[in-house]
Design a protein around this ligand. Structure first.
Ligand SMILES: *Cc1c(COP(=O)(O)O)cnc(C)c1O
Ligand SMILES: [Zn+2]
Length: 397
């Protein structure tokens, strides 16, 4: 395997045993826990000037802090997304500054590209011929795209309610698609059944591969640099499985360790009320979620009733002095429309839960007037224009 100098291997987040990345590819061989890439930070010499002098051209500009070299990466220059000033939103929320990290500018229109770039690179390094996953839609589209680029076969399991665009684009990228009746749980079951029959398929499933949250941590690196090394007071993240939140929290602790920042930004998980297991666990003071029995939200990417990484998500919220907030679908869609109207930015319904969540947090007095709030726009609105438009229809517009 061709890895970067500091990459040390994989550590189990449950039992703490460490493994060579050549040998352990997915969950912990000892206990089945989630594996997390580790680095020898002593051999990384990165300072603010060095980073600032590099072209802002792709998430792979942080190569030293990723497992694989840029030259061997399966990449389409994902990342390096803009951080857009949103003065109207700042006025509404009553804070000094709101910026939206616009992940809609990624190759397939969502931040899932960051995770799949690293995970598909790992698949190729491990000699895989086929990759597979179940997804609400966006991760499946991203996987099909990166697998195509790496000349791997992809097998994508989607629930019937996935958006038209993601299904169409899995086909367009040459992926083998199975549409499963029901919701994400049924798609995961179908995927697991198929995986049991194909032991040569390389899983790209959330937290099954150690590399998806690893790719997403680069969002944190970027936004700190874009804020000219000011640590924001709050980051509001639309949370399903919480992969991006866990990644960004890791990114912040790494940069603190490297002396690039002094403190951690407060991380907030925003969920849809129809499926908010993280919010419920946070408010109840629990370390792990309880599965939601009847999940129901229009935010497909957030309809994750049984998020396997909830202990990591909850730890990130508590350790960073953040919090959690749930808002109703109607408010989510209203927020998407308000941001599109007032700022011009197009947010997918799932992503807009971060905007309505920020509103909710502001209303309950979570932010001070002099604060800087970052809202993650995890996916572009035009992938689900039909959902946003029909919300207007419901209002007689
Ligand atoms: C997948 C997805 C999410 C949720 O991401 P997690 O990291 O699983 O919490 C949010 N928004 C969009 C647009 C997504 O595609
Ligand atoms: Zn373990």
């Amino acid at each position: 395997m061709e890895t970067t100098d500091a990459f040390a291997g994989l550590e189990c987040t449950d039992c703490g045993v460490t493994f060579d990345a050549d040998e352990a590819t997915h969950r912990c061989p000892e206990c089945g826990g989630i594996l997390d890439p580790t680095y020898d930070y002593d051999v990384i010499s990165l300072d603010r000037e060095t980073l600032s002098s590099r072209p802002f051209d792709s998430m792979w500009r942080y190569e030293e802090l990723l497992p694989f070299r840029r030259e061997s990466a399966v990449t389409m220059d994902e990342g390096a997304t803009p951080l857009v000033e949103c003065p109207a939103l700042a006025d509404e929320l009553g804070v000094e500054r709101v910026v939206i990290k616009d992940e809609g500018r990624n190759p397939t229109g969502t931040f899932k590209d960051r995770g799949q770039s690293v995970a598909v690179t790992a698949a190729r390094q491990h000699g895989a011929t086929d990759v597979a996953l179940a997804s609400a839609g966006n991760a499946g589209q991203a996987a099909a795209a990166y697998a195509g680029r790496a000349d791997l076969e992809s097998h994508v399991f989607l629930p019937a309610r996935s958006s038209h665009t993601t299904k169409a684009m899995v086909n367009v990228h040459g992926g083998d698609m199975t549409v499963v009746g029901g919701r994400i749980g049924e798609a995961v079951e179908a995927y697991e059944d198929a995986l049991a029959e194909h032991d040569d398929w390389y899983p790209l499933q959330t937290f099954a591969t150690p590399y998806r949250h690893e790719g997403k941590k680069t969002m944190l690196y970027e936004l700190i640099e874009q804020l000219e090394w000011e640590t924001p007071d709050a980051i509001v993240y639309p949370t399903g499985g919480g992969v991006g939140l866990v990644g960004m929290y890791k990114g912040a602790t790494e940069w603190r360790e490297l002396g690039l920042i002094d403190e951690l930004p407060a991380m907030y998980a925003a969920q849809a009320s129809g499926c908010a297991p993280i919010v419920e666990a946070f408010e109840a003071g629990r370390d792990v979620h309880e599965p939601v029995e009847y999940p129901d939200t229009i935010c497909g990417g957030l309809e994750i009733p049984d998020p396997g990484g909830s202990p990591q998500v909850l730890e990130a919220l508590r350790e960073s002095d953040g919090g959690a907030v749930a808002t109703d679908d109607d408010d989510v869609l209203e927020a998407a429309i308000a941001v599109a109207k007032g700022e011009g930015l197009e947010m997918a319904p799932s992503a807009a839960a971060a905007a309505s969540g920020a509103w909710g947090l502001a209303e309950r007095g979570e932010f001070d007037v002099d604060e800087t709030v970052v809202v993650l726009n995890t996916g572009t609105g035009n992938k689900q224009a039909d959902v946003l438009r029909s919300h207007l229809m419901g209002k007689g517009i």
